[in-house]
Design a binder for this molecule. Structure first.
Ligand code: BGC
Length: 496
């Protein structure tokens, strides 16, 4: 009997290419693996755990709305609803050269942005990968690294004549971790998220720390504004699409920002800001349902992730949604089935037992596998984890990936729905600028959010449309810096 062979080549997150070959699935009959029927039985169990009914989603939305209101009314609430001191939308007349530094979950990015007005801009940038050690090392060292990279970048652009010899450029600093702000160039880190743990940073003003590093290295830049990636995304997206009302990030972490009336932010009433003005709110919604865990449908895998994380109890919503955790959820299910003797009997599975070894990008590749035999999935399990799989198992893994990612998208829809409903945007409709690796790269993530919005709101849910946002931490941060300079020059709340 001749065996059929297929092959498939793919670029992996690590930058390597993976080519997989397989024989026809008849060849798998000899393997002591789980049968199609067993896998289908297990799948039903997980479907029940990860499925979110429209009714359950509406309950989450109601609880979410209450948390948003509470965060606006009093300081130090679970969802902090941070006033950003970004007053209203950009005018599209913002112009000039700005530096933007973005300390993200994975990379440090430094940018030179030229705003040309009317939604036009130019950007040059450099990216530096952050190591796991840097994320846990002394906080000031992290800011020193930002300063060093910025210095090298500015020196290069000076030498090339893009930055004047004695020019001190205004800088927007995107720091995407929850910070309590008293004014736009100040932010006390409430807590690290996304696996960061650098000591001596929580409870400190990160702008002051960054300024210290810039001074140490004589970098010719003046930090004008501190923003978060979501606020930057909100502003940058509105700059090019004025129908934008909300911005979301679905990446290593997840969060949203929107524009609020100052009169509806009772906790800053004492500042005496004109109640008719608007201010962007950085929701930090990843914290929804933290500590009490009353509203979100957590499975035992979610609980394990939480309890074994460096921040137990915190970022409850983010832990069910963001790219940092989805792969780990799937890995925990696989490990459970290995322990029960359902999967990979007789094979050495030690590689699968390493926490966080199962990248969320694998789920995305598994869902995208176009072959009948699921060659991509064979490749992933073979190449990275040294285990053989049967077709029934591969179909099961793909179905699991879909369950986990679909739940994430539907919960994301709940967050969006809470803001839409709170702000009364449903009838008129609105655009939601969204960014982040899950949103941009995970197949059908956006469609699943839209399906979720439809399940929550019915036909009207179609009025809420997400779209791929403008670069918030580069362009957005520069626009925020420009808006701030213009506002202070015009003497509008110059101390904020
Ligand atoms: C952070 C937010 C950020 C989000 C997306 C979360 O972990 O707390 O500030 O906007 O990740 O990057």
């Amino acid at each position: 009997m001749s065996s059929r062979r297929g092959s498939s080549t793919v670029l992996l997150p690590s930058g390597q290419t993976l080519t997989t070959f397989t024989k026809h699935s008849q060849d798998e009959e000899g393997l002591p693996h789980a049968t199609k029927k067993t896998m289908a039985d297990h799948l039903r169990k997980y479907e029940a755990l990860f499925n979110l009914t429209p009714q359950r989603m509406r309950m989450v939305v109601e609880a979410f709305k209450e948390s948003l209101e509470l965060g606006l009314s009093k300081p130090n609430q679970v969802v902090p609803m941070i006033p950003t001191y970004v007053f209203g939308w950009p005018s599209s007349k913002e112009k000039g050269n700005y530096l933007a530094v973005d300390l993200g979950g994975t990379n440090l990015r430094v940018c030179l942005v030229t705003l040309e007005g009317e939604g036009k801009f130019q950007i040059t940038q450099a990216k530096y990968r952050l190591t796991e050690e840097q994320k846990q090392d002394e906080g000031q060292k992290l800011f020193d690294f930002c300063g060093e990279c910025l210095k090298a970048f500015v020196d290069t652009h000076r030498a090339e004549g893009h930055i004047g010899k004695d020019e001190v450029l205004p800088l927007g600093f995107t720091f995407s971790y929850p910070c309590a702000q008293e004014r736009i160039d100040h932010g006390v880190l409430i807590r690290w998220t996304k696996g960061f743990g650098a000591p001596n940073t929580e409870g400190h003003d990160v702008v002051a720390m960054f300024r210290e590093s810039l001074a140490k290295m004589s970098v010719p830049a003046e930090v004008v504004a501190l923003t978060c990636d979501t606020t930057g995304t909100l502003i940058a997206s509105h700059y090019v699409n004025p129908k934008t009302r909300i911005a979301c990030i679905f990446g290593t972490g997840c969060n949203a920002a929107y524009m609020e009336h100052v009169r509806d932010i009772p906790k800053i009433a004492q500042l005496g800001i004109d109640p008719d003005m608007e201010m962007a709110i950085n929701c930090e919604w990843g914290a929804f349902d933290s500590f009490e865990h009353e509203n979100l449908p957590r499975t035992k895998y979610d609980q394990i992730i939480d309890e074994t994380s460096n921040k137990p109890g915190e970022q409850a919503f983010e832990k069910l949604i963001s790219g940092r955790y989805l792969g780990e959820i799937l890995r925990l299910i696989i490990c459970e089935l290995i322990d029960e003797g359902v999967l990979f009997l007789g094979q050495n599975t030690y590689k699968l037992e390493i926490p966080y070894c199962f990248d969320t990008a694998f789920l995305s590749l598994m869902e995208m596998d176009p072959t009948d035999e699921l060659l991509m999935i064979i490749g992933i399990f073979n190449h990275f984890f040294a285990v053989e799989t049967t077709l029934a198992e591969r179909q099961f893994f793909r179905a699991l990936a879909k369950l986990v990612a679909r739940r994430a998208a539907r919960l994301s829809a709940c967050g969006i729905a809470a803001i839409v409903s709170k702000m009364g945007y449903l009838d008129e409709g609105c655009s939601v600028g969204a960014d982040g690796s899950l949103y941009n790269k995970y197949p059908n993530f956006a469609e699943r959010i839209h399906e979720g919005l439809h399940d929550i709101f019915g036909e009207k849910g179609k009025n809420i449309v997400t779209y791929h946002a403008e670069d918030g931490s580069g362009i957005g941060s520069a626009i925020v810096a420009a808006m701030t300079k213009d506002r202070k020059t015009a003497n509008i709340y110059p101390n904020l």
